[in-house]
Design a protein around this ligand. Sequence first.
Ligand code: THU
Length: 134
Amino acid sequence: MTDKELMELAQKARGKSYSPYSHFRVGAALLTKSGKVYTGCNIENAAFTPTICAERTAIFKAVSEGEKEFEALAIVGGREGETAAFTAPCGVCRQVIAEFCPKDFKILLGDPDQFRSYTLAALFPYSFSGNEFN
Ligand code: THU
């Protein structure tokens, strides 16, 4: 699985986005160390707060299937009816990624034709790990 292929799967997942309130459509593709891919999209709700981001949909799908070792995460987002624009994960998703992934975990942002690779450490420095209480 190449980075570009993972980005293409994220873009395809973006097509499943349920976002009638923000009209902002996001897809994510999470590659496991075992080579499987779990995709996700954002799923909004009339009450707003139950909304879940594409990244967390993908991560929770994977973890609920017993996967906890991840290689990379691709994210493709943008306004409805428009081609993807650079979309970075929200703070809540960064915290959830940090729960399962190491500092050097690869996060791909952009669109399949133009994307950049970031580490989790670059996107989420000085994160809370829970070790503060140990
Ligand atoms: N959203 C994501 O799914 N992932 C992100 O990285 C940023 C935001 C969603 C949440 C909401 O449905 C919409 O995009 C607008 O914030």
